[in-house]
Design a protein around this ligand. Structure first.
Ligand code: FNR
Length: 340
């Protein structure tokens, strides 16, 4: 492809040409039959718009506020592992892109760059993602490093007590540089230690990986400050629903008690609009960021976020919404509702 990519899937095609197959497959793949992987994308196609046209849309405001931090677009960077497989600058390039787009980056527990390197490279608002660890002393140490390096929240990923099976990685005999200190640390306990975490940090805690009302209610009861509806990009349990169809259940069960964020399958500005219409305050993107990073480093990620932003802005204008607050459930219709 000689021309500049004009959308996220074109970035994906370029990334496929550039990356070693083993790494491209690692980034792109999902668990087992990859049913949920396909669904995460396809489900968005079963939601259509109910636009309003009798609205003055001369000014569109995309900004929103997440845990008190104002960001210029409701699109954040999801935590994804090992950015150096995509680009030698790794998470430092990602953080700079987040800063340039005035949005939030969530640094993965399994990052190639250290918390400190990322913190000193830019002034982006950063959150730090943690898994539930067997050793609380290690969690406490990481949380303390996050706090002292200016990270603004802890994102506790709860849907990875064990690693999902990704067959492409087995076939490719995927060899990734090991992140040694983390080996054997992930806890298989189902409870998420939120209460304990709250006792060792004043940072707000978001729980990531919730897709049912039952878990959402439990999480609010133990005092989380926000929920990220996510199925880990369909890399853990196959045959869970597309996250976009789990979102409303979680939002309804939580009420207005804590903000609900969303990730999984966002590839278009129209997808962002649909997630907001179903109650998400903002979305996170995983793979698109890695495609941008692989193709053009920091600049590639900026382009990916800008393209999604521009598509969202146009969608809002054409739907009659001047701000993200004006995007409501009545601006969309699911296939199920259409067939009633
Ligand atoms: C992930 N994800 C993830 N999540 C997390 O909490 N910690 C992590 O280290 C990782 N690592 C990771 C690596 C790769 C290669 C991918 C693709 C994903 C999941 C990620 O945060 C997010 O939930 C999904 O990527 C969202 O789906 P999309 O945007 O990739 O479709």
């Amino acid at each position: 492809m000689e021309q500049e990519p004009v959308n996220v899937s074109e970035f994906q095609k370029l990334a496929k040409q550039i990356l070693p197959k083993m790494y491209y497959d690692f980034i792109t793949g999902g668990a087992d039959d990859e049913y949920t992987l396909r669904e995460n994308i396809e489900a968005f196609r079963r939601i259509t718009f109910r636009p309003r046209v009798l609205v003055d849309v001369s000014r569109i405001n995309l900004s929103t506020t997440i845990l008190g931090h104002k960001i210029s677009v409701p699109i954040m960077l999801a935590p994804t592992a090992r950015h150096k497989i995509a680009h030698p600058e790794g998470e430092v390039a990602t953080a700079r892109a987040a800063a340039a787009c005035n949005t939030i980056m969530v640094l993965s527990f399994t990052s190639n760059c250290t918390l400190e390197e990322v913190a000193s490279s830019c002034d982006a608002v950063r959150f730090f993602q943690l898994y539930v660890l067997k050793r609380r002393d290690v969690s406490a140490h990481l949380v303390q490093r996050a706090e002292s390096n200016g990270y603004k929240a802890i994102v506790l990923t709860a849907d990875r007590p064990r690693l999902g099976q990704r067959e492409a990685d087995i076939k490719n005999r995927l060899l990734l540089p090991k992140v040694k200190i983390y080996e054997g640390l992930i806890s298989t306990k189902s409870h998420s230690d939120i209460g304990w975490l709250k006792s060792v940090t004043n940072l707000p805690i978001l729980i990531k990986g919730v897709i049912t009302a039952e878990d959402a209610i439990k999480a609010v009861e133990v005092g989380v400050d926000g929920i990220i509806v996510s199925n880990h990009g369909a890399r853990q349990l196959d045959y869970v629903p597309a996250t976009i169809f789990a979102l409303e259940e979680v939002v309804k069960s939580v009420g207005n008690k804590v903000p609900v964020l969303f990730d999984g399958g966002i590839r278009r500005g129209t997808d962002v609009f649909k997630a907001i219409a179903l109650g998400a305050q903002a979305v996170l993107v995983g793979r698109p960021v890695l495609y941008g990073l692989a193709v053009k480093g920091e600049h590639g990620i900026r382009r990916v976020i800008e393209m999604l932003r521009d598509e969202l802005e146009l969608t809002m204008a054409l739907s009659g919404c001047c701000s993200t607050k004006e995007i409501t459930r009545s601006h969309i219709q699911t296939q199920h509702e259409r067939l009633k």
